[in-house]
Design a binder for this molecule. Structure first.
Ligand code: HMG
Length: 392
């Protein structure tokens, strides 16, 4: 009797986008009367991306995916998921705006997913299940968010913005996802944003505790199920609301994995946080920006290497899952583009940052024309009129 090998499913392509303006956190520290080392070392962040109004989550998501897909790829997509907690409409899925802007066909399911930062992983796992049951099709997952807290709040330094687009397909080019994972959901009030609020609310220290407890529980459960296999782990990625948070997660493994494994995970963790340190929290996309950062910066990873990923979404849902790098994965990354995207950003003054923060879209149905904030971006929100959004 012969057994068929299960088909590998995973990340076939990845690309990302972040807006072209940033605030240097030394400037923020000075303005708020804080020791800059608190932000640089205590929080572990250097800069944060600041989007203008025309770069909402639809525009950022489309900009991430643009260029990643050729015409054949576009026709094969059977599922489009936009994962976000910064949505633009209570009813219409932002995936439909993205579908239109990217010129994708109608032969697909297009939906939006929400569960705080976990939404990106919910999208990836649903997409993988979709591909397993529809092996002729692929799924496009876009994790896109704007992390906004509030001027002079504890969370202000942990803001950011960006989008990661991932094509999930059979026989993937970058990383195959192992089908087994461990996950847990429980109602928690650690971070939330009521419908009427434009800024998130957080019980900061409590949210850190919930994150760490969930990681610890999932690590233990994965060990019980024989999934951790620490010796085989080449890297461990974390959801990165700010890099110190991931570092705390990693440190919690110091007594749980052999010393040489821990040193390897520590070394690769440094590569995984490079983009996040300069972009800030991009909620749903954050874990996956860490994956891009790792693959773009680490030259020692090889096909067959196994990577652990911890996804956390406040509220709260967590999942610990694993992936295996595929032959030639390096060919599908574009480190030069990432470096250029970060290098060509404009540094804002505090006054410019606060002025952008206070800008609002009209809510009274009048017409509002939006300036093109990022000349590098192909897509943007152009206009609002009679409560409708128009993108280019
Ligand atoms: P805070 O009040 O600035 O905290 O809030 P702090 O005063 O304790 O300082 C932070 C760290 O800086 C401490 O280190 C200090 O010791 C250190 P720690 O104890 O954490 O290791 N420090 C210094 N270090 C060097 N030099 C100095 C110095 N001074 C102090 N001079 C907090 C920080 C993160 C809580 C706040 O920014 C916040 O509320 N952020 C938003 C919530 C958040 O990001 N939570 C993370 C877990 S929840 C999550 O990840 C989900 C999320 O992404 C949302 C979603 O799922 O959608 C947020």
């Amino acid at each position: 009797m012969t057994f068929e090998q299960p088909m590998a499913v995973g990340i076939d392509r990845m690309a990302w986008y972040t807006p072209n303006r940033f605030l240097d956190l030394d400037d923020l520290a000075q303005a708020r009367g804080v020791d800059p080392d608190k932000f640089r070392i205590g929080i572990g962040q250097r800069r944060m991306a600041v989007p203008t109004l025309d770069q909402d989550i639809v525009a950022m998501g489309a900009n991430a995916a643009e260029g990643m897909l050729n015409d054949i790829d576009k026709r094969r997509i059977g599922l489009l998921i936009v994962a976000t907690e910064s949505s633009v409409d209570q009813s219409k899925a932002s995936a439909l705006f993205v579908q239109d802007v990217l010129g994708l066909g109608g032969d697909m399911r297009a939906i939006e997913i929400k569960e705080a930062c976990y939404g990106g992983t919910a999208g990836v796992q649903l997409a993988a299940d979709f591909v397993r049951s529809h092996p002729q099709r692929t799924a496009l997952v876009i994790a896109t968010d704007i992390a906004r807290y509030g001027l002079r709040t504890g969370g202000e330094v942990t803001q950011g913005a960006g989008a990661v687009a991932m094509l999930i397909g059979p026989n993937p080019s970058i990383m195959a996802l192992e089908p087994e994972s461990v996950y847990h959901s429980t109602s928690t009030d650690d971070f939330w944003r009521p419908n009427y609020a434009t800024e998130a609310l957080a019980k900061g220290k409590y949210s850190e505790q919930v994150y760490l407890r969930l990681f610890s529980d999932l690590w233990q459960e994965a060990g019980r199920q024989g999934l951790t296999r620490a010796e085989s782990l080449q890297a461990m990625l974390f959801h990165i609301p700010f890099t110190k948070m991931g570092r705390k997660g990693l440190r919690s493994l110091s007594e749980r994995v052999p010393d040489d494994v821990f040193r390897r995970l520590e070394r690769r963790f440094e590569e995984s946080i490079k983009h996040c340190r300069d972009v800030g929290n991009c909620y749903t996309g954050s874990l996956y920006l860490g994956l891009i950062s790792l693959l773009e910066h680490d030259t020692t990873l090889r096909a067959g290497d196994r990577i652990g990923l911890f996804s956390y979404g406040s509220g709260s849902v967590g999942e610990l899952f694993f992936g295996v790098l595929q032959d030639g994965f390096q060919r599908y990354l574009d480190p030069a583009n990432s470096a250029a995207m970060l290098r060509t950003r404009q540094r804002l003054t505090m006054a410019e940052y606060e002025a952008i923060f206070e800008q609002r879209l009209v809510t009274d149905g009048s017409e509002q024309l939006l300036d093109a904030g990022d000349p590098r971006a192909k897509h943007r929100l152009v206009r609002l009129d009679a409560h409708e959004r128009y993108y280019a």
